[in-house]
Structure formats: structure tokens, C-alpha cells
Design a protein around this ligand. Structure first.
Ligand SMILES: *[C@@H]1O[C@H](CO)[C@@H](O)[C@H](O)[C@H]1NC(C)=O
Ligand SMILES: *[C@@H]1O[C@H](CO)[C@@H](O)[C@H](O)[C@H]1NC(C)=O
Ligand SMILES: *[C@@H]1O[C@H](CO)[C@@H](O)[C@H](O)[C@H]1NC(C)=O
Ligand SMILES: *[C@@H]1O[C@H](CO)[C@@H](O)[C@H](O)[C@H]1NC(C)=O
Ligand SMILES: [Ca+2]
Ligand SMILES: [Ca+2]
Length: 954
């Protein structure tokens, strides 16, 4: 299998990648891959299935809501599908979800290259299916807990073996035209698996392998798969068995020679490549459909990053110590109006997170998707305690960041300096990791307010010292956010101005944070405005002495001076913060700023065209790239993969790393990879913080090519330390998980401090405090992790292992997402028992029919989670059984014109079944598919009805 190529998409033109392709040919491949030609890869298979199922779900939702649905044009694209789903604001998140799923899919080939079960090699059908079904349970549990990013990871991991099955087994050769549905359930037979002693192949006839599977195997529909081995030992392949094939597979040289894989067109069974790839797409669609049924439509789409609103999490981190008592009401009203202003708009967040911090307490984290619940949570806050001046603001921020999904908007409200400054590096690491934007709203810096200590003494409120504000400013700069110092009566105004920027289509044009070194500092910034742009805004904090704006025509104005309205259409100012809306003029703009105090500048505009990127590492031994969960290595070469979103015609022409302080630029070499992906190689990754800037061209609807420029709002850092850890296991509550990790250095080495942190203070994590890391020697350590017994299945533990070289002030980290899973014993779906059916046959003079059902999950089951209507336009009423919380009672009534009904029944671990009934069926037993129906005796029925009537449950 060739992961790099899969990640990078088709690579027809790039010479480097052709070379890579040749190398891969020489080393062989263990799964679907990409070659010059039209072979289908894991990337394409996965994306095609996701787009297909997303369209089905959105169509279903539109129909159920009585909306029109317009199919996107074929072939489906992310942009087209997002538009059809009326989720234009979601394009970037949709792309991000698909990219994450694909990266995890592809990574299986790096971490599990020689583990046959992950590829269905070596007839490892039982263990292969076990990987899929356990992973599927984990995905469903993650979704139940709204841990959608963990669900993406776990989904990617199981799609790999699922797709490989069609390339590596003889399912296709046996003449099957549909996917093997038994691969995604654990209570059935996978098929007639060949005995270990059963011969399955003969040697190929020279290069001709079209008839190497034995006829009796095909006739008897016996399931086999190719053996694969890179070690030339005969015993790796039992006698008479098929091989995988390809140059790397040494078993294919042992009798019977040749292979049966369909990974590519020129594989031994390459003539069946397209059939296998199409079946892999169908199988991927099928497992996605199963997850959709278990999860529900809206959460399923959320897992894929699709939502009507911004799809972001809106997070508030609020200081609730005593000194905030006169601010807290202002914070409550500001946050509440802010939420109201977004509900129902394209900016509506998909989830809300609240963390309060005090001293010595902070948290807990409260998460909801209901804005009303969230507002109530905020209203419940009150100010007290806190002891001394300093408060645990960074602890609160860390708790939010370690739980927030990618690209969240975080607002922190405080009037105090941070007591927990030692967390600064961890917070910055988490900001980098999640690319979240953090706004600090600091009240009470402008006057000499009095501040009440918790012991009741009045105390003179001290202005937060410049160095304390600088700490917040450093973090805001890393996070592409702002530090806004404002009086509490202006909080509402400040948050509503920021609110205009939390729109998901706002992109960053330029961003800088400057601390003047001389008495007066004079800096010039430039940014490009393109034809696709509207709402260009400048955001400036720090009240610089003078701001001069120059438009592309060379007209210069001083902000606040005469004629400024020639370039500025509106401006707002609150506290130390001002925003200017510019009159859009295409070309290069200049901003000159004269200041004596630190200030920040950010230019944004509103446009769906944006980019995603990941640092990737080239792995020479495998000739492939893997996405980094760490900082890249400083002062050496490195690569990133840039993906454009929001346009199907845009291309990248230039990618630059811009050092945040000096504005020094490092330009990369861009290699297009197809599918909107671009590999960018840099000779040197800067050793100081930098942002990523992308320039490119986009075709307008009139066919004109115009240029654009975008910049990451987050700033990034590289490190001379490298850190590695792999965690592929789930964590069971009450058990201890050991996570081995290793650290190397490109620097001078010495004692490196190690920290292990998680996203919940209740989790226990222990790490060695230091490791001796010498250049050229890999230092090894182990972090252990456990969670309380009552931690629900599907919870994600975000484990951050940080390594800090205190001498070099250099930090690297690795972030691992570990899912908690309780062992699942329930493998069967709930069943429907008919309590009563008033059908259309028995009641000639009625025009409607009625069905009373008891949906239960058996005594061993986990209980019924959900009953929903999948077919029929009657009315379904459901309620929990009064005597059994695991049982749901349902009534359905419909007109006799709508005689068919189908219900989806789901249990608490996501086993999915359907129950179907017909209004003209004279028996009272329903027709159930994919589950066994026990006919009810008349006595039981009467009894049940009697109980229900006496309890008056209806
Ligand atoms: C598309 O998805 C639907 C289920 O949502 C599935 O029935 C169909 O087979 C899929 N099509 C392909 C080509 O996979
Ligand atoms: C505006 O300022 C720039 C320098 O930033 C200068 O080159 C240009 O000539 C000025 N334009 C006018 C009309 O004065
Ligand atoms: C953009 O337009 C140019 C010329 O008009 C054309 O060559 C190019 O293929 C177009 N790009 C895309 C992605 O449609
Ligand atoms: C750490 O582990 C690696 C791989 O297992 C090994 O090569 C290396 O020598 C170990 N380092 C030390 C210092 O023991
Ligand atoms: Ca305190
Ligand atoms: Ca069950």
C-alpha cells in the first residue's frame, strides 16, 4: 500500500512524484494506491463514498423538512455537495473532516504495514472484521458523546481494512456484485472461509494471472485472500495458498507463484481493479449509512463537518472571582446578546462550551448544542472568592482548548493577571494544534477601580501590569486573536464587533503584533485585496499614534484625519480596539503605523475561498508522507500539504512561511497533487514563530483568472526536538494505559523536561519529569493514563506529551486522541412487538389505521435509544415505557392511503434494525427485516394492553 501517494492524490505531472511512484512500484504496495494512470486510491474511494452518502442524507433531510433539493452536478465535489446541503459555510470543515478521515485511513499503512489483519491479507478474515466492528462501535460511541473528531479518526482507521478487503480477497473473483455486509457486523458469518489446509491458487501462467484461483474455490464460493510477506521464509505461506503479489511480496515467488491483488491496474488482478474499487466505494457507503442510522442525520452530518451555521464551537472562559462582581452582569448580557445575534444565521455555532475559572478552582467544562441551555448556564454564574489578585485564567483556557474542536472561537473575560503562567507553553501548543482564535476581553485596566478581596477588605485595584497584559497578548498573537482592554459597559459593543469576525467565511489577509523597540516605531504592512473580496476590515488594538492607509491607486489618508472617508466606509472604536471597514479596491493596500506602545493589526475579508494545511513528514524507509501531530523540525527541510477549499477552480502558485516578528519570508516549492491538494517543500523551516501565507489564482464565473492571497490566523513554531508516540488502542475505564514515547534532538541536547496533560483534571496521567536526550540517541519514556470507572464510552482523552529543552527555550509536543470504550456485549438491534394493530382490512368504514408497538432490546441488551420513521407519512408517537427505561412504546397512525411504514430502531451502542408493517396485513405480527420477530400470543398481547391501559400510558 502506498500511503503517500494516496494522501497526495493523483500526481501526473510532478517529476518528484513520478520518481516517488517508481520507488513505490519497486517496493510494491499493499492496498489501493495511485499510479500515473487511473487507478483508484483510498483517497478517491473514501471521498467518493462520503460525497455520495452526504448527498443522500441531505436529500432525505430536505424532503423530510419539505424543502426542495437540487442534486449537485456530477462528479460530486465538496463545494457542490456543501451547496446542495445548504451548508455553504461548511465547505472548509467538510474538507477538513474528509482530509482527517483520509489521513487516518492512509496512516494504517505506516503503523500497521505488516499487520495482515489491517489489510485482510493472509486469510485474516476474523481478526480483520474484528478491527472493523470494534472500530465501528468506537465511532458510534464517539458520536454519542459528540466527539466528532475522534469519530473521524476511528472511521479512517476502519475504512482502510474495509476497502482493502475488495482488493485483497477473492470476493470479486467469486462473482459478488455487492459488498459483504457481514464485515460491518459481528453476529454473522463472514462467509465460507477457506480452511488452513485448503489449496486456493495455482501458479500464474508466466505474467498471466487471470486464472490462478482454483475453480473449486470459485464454484464453492470459498473466501480466501493473498498471503503477503517481505521475509523469504517458506512457512509464511501455507502450501497451495494465493499470494498478494507485487515486487515486495516475497511469498509470490513461492509456489503457487503470482498474486491476486487488485490494488492497481497493473497488479496481478489489475483487470478487476475497477470492479474492486467500485465495491470498496459501495462498502464505504454502506458503513457510512450504518453510522448515519445509528447516529441520526444531524449528528452524522456534524461528524462530517456539515452544518447550517458556522459549524464552529463558541467558547466562553469566564473569570468568576470576587473582583468580577461588577463585571459579571455585563459579561452575561454581552455573551447572551452575542449568542442571540448568531442563532438562526449562517454564523450559528454548532456547539457551545463554557468554563469558569476562579482560584484555586476552575471548571468544570460545560458543553451543549442548545443556545438556551448555554445562556442559562452563563446566567447561573456568580462572582465570589479568588483570594489574591491573580487567577487561574490559563487553567480555564487550557481546559477549553483541550476539549474544543478545530478552529473554535474562544472569548476569555477577566480583570486579572494569570496566576498559572507556567501553563503558557501548553496553552500555546493547544492553540497551534486546534488553530483556535482566542480573544481576551480585559476589563478594569483603565481606572483605579477598587477590588474586593475574598476576606472582604477593600483593596486598591491595580492596573494589570504591562508584562501581565503581554502574556495575554503573546497568546492572542499565537491564536490570531486580540487583547481588548475595555470598560465593562463597553463589553457588549466589543463582543458584537468581534462577532462580525467569527463568521466562518472570514479569512485573514495579514496579521502582526508589534512591540516598538524605539521611542517611536514606524512600520509598513501590505496586503492584497482581490476581486472575490468584500467586507475588508482592519482591526487594530493598542491605540497607535498614527495610522496612514494607502489604497492601490496611491491615495493616502490618515485615519481620523481629513478625507479619511475616501478610503474608509465605516469605523468603530471601543476601549483600545478599533475597526475600519475599507472601501473595496482591488490591488495592494498599505498600512503605515506609528506607535510607542505595543499594538496588533489584523486585516480580514469575507470569502469562502480559504485553505487548510498540515505539516507532513517524509518517511524515507516507506517512501511516503505522514501528517505530523507535532511541531515540525526547525532549521531543516520540511513539507506541508495545502488544500484549497471553497472553490473548484482555484490553484496555488506560492506558499510562504512568514516569520511573525521580522516578516522574513521562506518560500516553498509547490507541487500540485490533484484534488485541490498541493505539496509544498521548504529548504528550511524557521526556528521562530511564523504564519503560513498562500497565494494563488482563481477563475471567476466569467472565466477570468484573478489572484488571491490568504494567511493562517494561527502562528506556528518549529522545534529542534522531535517526539514520537503511537497510540492505537482504546482505553477501558479502570484500566491503565501505557503510552511509550521517544524524544530526539537536533540541538545540543541535555535534560529535557517532560509534561503529560489531558483534557480533564479527573484523568490520571503520569510522565517522567525529565529525560536525558543526547544528540543522535533516541531517549525513551512512558506516560501512563487512566480515567475514572464511570467515564462514558466514546469519551475522548486528549493526551498532550510535551518535551521542553529549558536551555534552548525549545518545546515540542505530540497530541494523541484516545477513545474510551467499554467492552460491548450487545450485538443485536432492538425488536418491535405488535401490541395492537387496527388495520385497514378489519375496519372497512375507517380510512385510517393504527399500530401499537413495544420496542425492546432484550434482557441482555443495552436498551432502546431511538425509534424513528424512515418510511410512511403518518404520525409516530413515542414514549419510554413507564415500567422499563430500556423499552420504548410507539404508536403510529396513518391514512389507509399510506399503508406502509418502516421504523428505524437503534440501541444504545448503535445496533441498527428496521421494523416494517403494512396496513392491509391481517395478522398482528409485523414484518421485520434484519431482526427476528417473536410472534406474540394473544394472552401476552391482552396482558400488555391491559397493563398499558391501566397505567394510562397512552
Ligand atoms: C450511495 O449511498 C447510498 C446510501 O446512502 C447507497 O445505497 C449507494 O449504493 C451508494 N452509491 C455508491 C455508488 O456507493
Ligand atoms: C502615498 O504614500 C506612498 C508611500 O507609502 C507614496 O509612495 C505615494 O507617493 C503616496 N501617494 C500620494 C498621492 O501622495
Ligand atoms: C481557469 O481558466 C484557465 C484559462 O481561462 C484555464 O486554463 C484553467 O483550466 C481554468 N482552471 C480551472 C481549474 O478551471
Ligand atoms: C529507545 O528505543 C529505541 C527503539 O526501541 C532504541 O533503538 C533506543 O536505543 C532506545 N534508547 C535508549 C536510550 O535506550
Ligand atoms: Ca487569586
Ligand atoms: Ca441491542
Amino acid at each position: 500500500m502506498s500511503p503517500a501517494l494516496v494522501i497526495l492524490g493523483r500526481k501526473d505531472k510532478s517529476p518528484a512524484l513520478v520518481i516517488l511512484g517508481v520507488l513505490l512500484l519497486q517496493t510494491g504496495a499493499q492496498g489501493f494506491g495511485i499510479l500515473p494512470g487511473n487507478s483508484q486510491s483510498h483517497l478517491e474511494i473514501t471521498e467518493e463514498a462520503i460525497l455520495n452518502v452526504t448527498v443522500q442524507v441531505c436529500r432525505g433531510l430536505a424532503e423530510s423538512q419539505g424543502n426542495d433539493f437540487t442534486f449537485p452536478s456530477q462528479p460530486f465535489t465538496i463545494t457542490g455537495v456543501a451547496v446542495a446541503c445548504r451548508a455553504e459555510n461548511s465547505m472548509k470543515r467538510f474538507q477538513q473532516a474528509i482530509t482527517s478521515i483520509i489521513f487516518r485511513n492512509v496512516r494504517v499503512d505506516l503503523l500497521q504495514a505488516l499487520n495482515a489483519s489491517f489489510h485482510f491479507d493472509d486469510e485474516s478474515f476474523i481478526s480483520g472484521r474484528n478491527i472493523i466492528t470494534t472500530g465501528l462501535q468506537t465511532v458510534k460511541a464517539n458520536n454519542r458523546q459528540q466527539n466528532f473528531e475522534a469519530a473521524q479518526d476511528n472511521l479512517g482507521k476502519i475504512l482502510h481494512p474495509l476497502q482493502d478487503f475488495y482488493s485483497h480477497s477473492n470476493w470479486v473473483e467469486n462473482g459478488n456484485e455487492f459488498p459483504n455486509s457481514n464485515l460491518i457486523r459481528s453476529d454473522t458469518s463472514i462467509g465460507n472461509i477457506a480452511d488452513e489446509s485448503r489449496a486456493t491458487c495455482r501458479s500464474c501462467d508466466g505474467d498471466d494471472c487471470s486464472n490462478n484461483i482454483l475453480e473449486d474455490i470459485i464454484q464453492e464460493q470459498i473466501l480466501t485472500s493473498g498471503y503477503f510477506g517481505i521475509i523469504p521464509v517458506v512457512s509464511t505461506k501455507p502450501s497451495g495458498k494465493c499470494s498478494h503479489g507485487g515486487a515486495l511480496d516475497l511469498t509470490s515467488r513461492i509456489e503457487p507463484t503470482g498474486g491476486i491483488n487488485k490494488d492497481m491496474f497493473d497488479s496481478e488482478h489489475g483487470f478487476l481493479h475497477t470492479v474492486a474499487a467500485n465495491l470498496a466505494v459501495s462498502a464505504t457507503s454502506e458503513i457510512l449509512e450504518n453510522i448515519r442510522q445509528a447516529t441520526g442525520d444531524a449528528p452524522f452530518l456534524q461528524m462530517l463537518g456539515i452544518s447550517r451555521g458556522s459549524g464552529k464551537a463558541l467558547c466562553f472562559v469566564i473569570d468568576t472571582t470576587q473582583s468580577m462582581s461588577d463585571d459579571i452582569a455585563a459579561v452575561q448580557s454581552a455573551t447572551s446578546s452575542f449568542i442571540d445575534s448568531q442563532v438562526g444565521t449562517l454564523n450559528e455555532p454548532s456547539s457551545y462550551i463554557l468554563v469558569q475559572f476562579n482560584d484555586p478552582e476552575f471548571g468544570p467544562l460545560i458543553r451543549t448544542s442548545d443556545p438556551e441551555v448555554f445562556k442559562n448556564n452563563i446566567d447561573d454564574l456568580s462572582a465570589s472568592g479568588g483570594g489574591d489578585e491573580r487567577e487561574l485564567s490559563l487553567s480555564g483556557l487550557q481546559l477549553v482548548l483541550s476539549n474544543a474542536p478545530q478552529s473554535s472561537d474562544i472569548f476569555l473575560f477577566t480583570d486579572a493577571p494569570a496566576k498559572d503562567q507556567q501553563l503558557k507553553s501548553t496553552v500555546i501548543v493547544l492553540i497551534e494544534r486546534t488553530q483556535s482564535v482566542v480573544y481576551f476581553l480585559i476589563t478594569g485596566t483603565g481606572d483605579n477601580r477598587r477590588r474586593r478581596r475574598s476576606n472582604g477588605d477593600l483593596q486598591q485595584h491595580k492596573r494589570i501590569s504591562p508584562s501581565d497584559v503581554q502574556l495575554y497578548r503573546d497568546m492572542a498573537q499565537a491564536a490570531g486573536g486580540l487583547v481588548i482592554e475595555v470598560e465593562n459597559d463597553k463589553l457588549l459593543e466589543a463582543t458584537s464587533i468581534i462577532g462580525q469576525m467569527s463568521n466562518s467565511s472570514v479569512v485573514t489577509l495579514v496579521q502582526a503584533s508589534v512591540t516598538p523597540t524605539q521611542e517611536t516605531d514606524f512600520e509598513t504592512f501590505t496586503f492584497n485585496v482581490d476581486q472575490t473580496t468584500n467586507n475588508v476590515r482592519l482591526l487594530i488594538t493598542g491605540n497607535p499614534t498614527r495610522i496612514v492607509l494607502g489604497n492601490p491607486e496611491g491615495i493616502n489618508v490618515t485615519v481620523g484625519g481629513m478625507g479619511a472617508d475616501r478610503l474608509i466606509s465605516s469605523s468603530q472604536s471601543v476601549g483600545n480596539f478599533q475597526t475600519l471597514e475599507l472601501k473595496t479596491e482591488v490591488g495592494t493596500w498599505k498600512v503605515q503605523i506609528e506607535a510607542t506602545n505595543p499594538y496588533t493589526l489584523k486585516a480580514t475579508n469575507q470569502n469562502p475561498l480559504d485553505f487548510l494545511f498540515d505539516f507532513v513528514e517524509y518517511i524515507p524507509s516507506k517512501n511516503t508522507f505522514d501528517v505530523l501531530d507535532t511541531r515540525p523540525t526547525a532549521s531543516t527541510n520540511g513539507s506541508l500539504v495545502v488544500t484549497l477549499t471553497g472553490s473548484d477552480t482555484a490553484t496555488v502558485t506560492e506558499v510562504t512561511l512568514v516569520e511573525s516578528a521580522s516578516l522574513v519570508e521562506v518560500q516553498g516549492v509547490v507541487e500540485p497533487q490533484g484534488r485541490r491538494n498541493f505539496l509544498v517543500r521548504f529548504d528550511t523551516i524557521p526556528s521562530v514563530p511564523f504564519v503560513v501565507r498562500v497565494k494563488g489564482n482563481v477563475n471567476t464565473t466569467s472565466g477570468e483568472s484573478i489572484s488571491f492571497q490568504r494567511q493562517s490566523s494561527t502562528s506556528f513554531q518549529a522545534s529542534k526536538l522531535t517526539i514520537q508516540a503511537e497510540e492505537d488502542r482504546n482505553l477501558m475505564p479502570g484500566m491503565v494505559l501505557s503510552v511509550p514515547f521517544s524524544v530526539n534532538t537536533e540541538g545540543t541536547g541535555g535534560n529535557v523536561s517532560i509534561r503529560g496533560t489531558t483534557n480533564n483534571p479527573l484523568y490520571t496521567v503520569s510522565a517522567p519529569s525529565t529525560l536525558l536526550v543526547e544528540p543522535g540517541v533516541t531517549a525513551n519514556g512512558t506516560v501512563t493514563l487512566s480515567v475514572p470507572l464511570d467515564t462514558p464510552s466514546g469519551t475522548t482523552v486528549t493526551l498532550v506529551i510535551e518535551a521542553e529543552d529549558t536551555g534552548d527555550l525549545d518545546i515540542n509536543y505530540i497530541v494523541l486522541r484516545i477513545s474510551v470504550l467499554n467492552p460491548v456485549m450487545d450485538f443485536t438491534a432492538p425488536v418491535c412487538e405488535v401490541l395492537c394493530i387496527v388495520n385497514c382490512v378489519h375496519n372497512c368504514n375507517t380510512t385510517s389505521w393504527e399500530l401499537w408497538l413495544r420496542v425492546s432490546d432484550g434482557t441482555e441488551g443495552t436498551g432502546v435509544e431511538r425509534v424513528s420513521l424512515t418510511q410512511g407519512n403518518g404520525k409516530l408517537n413515542i414514549r419510554p415505557a413507564p415500567d422499563d427505561a430500556n423499552v420504548i412504546l410507539a404508536t403510529y397512525n396513518a391514512s389507509c392511503d399510506s399503508p406502509d411504514v418502516e421504523l428505524l430502531v437503534v440501541d444504545r451502542v448503535g445496533n441498527v434494525g428496521t421494523c416494517a408493517f403494512n396496513a392491509f396485513n391481517t395478522t398482528s405480527g409485523g414484518v421485520a427485516s434484519s431482526l427476528t420477530q417473536t410472534p406474540l400470543s394473544y394472552a401476552v398481547l391482552t396482558l400488555a394492553l391491559g397493563v398499558m391501559l391501566s397505567l394510562n400510558v397512552w
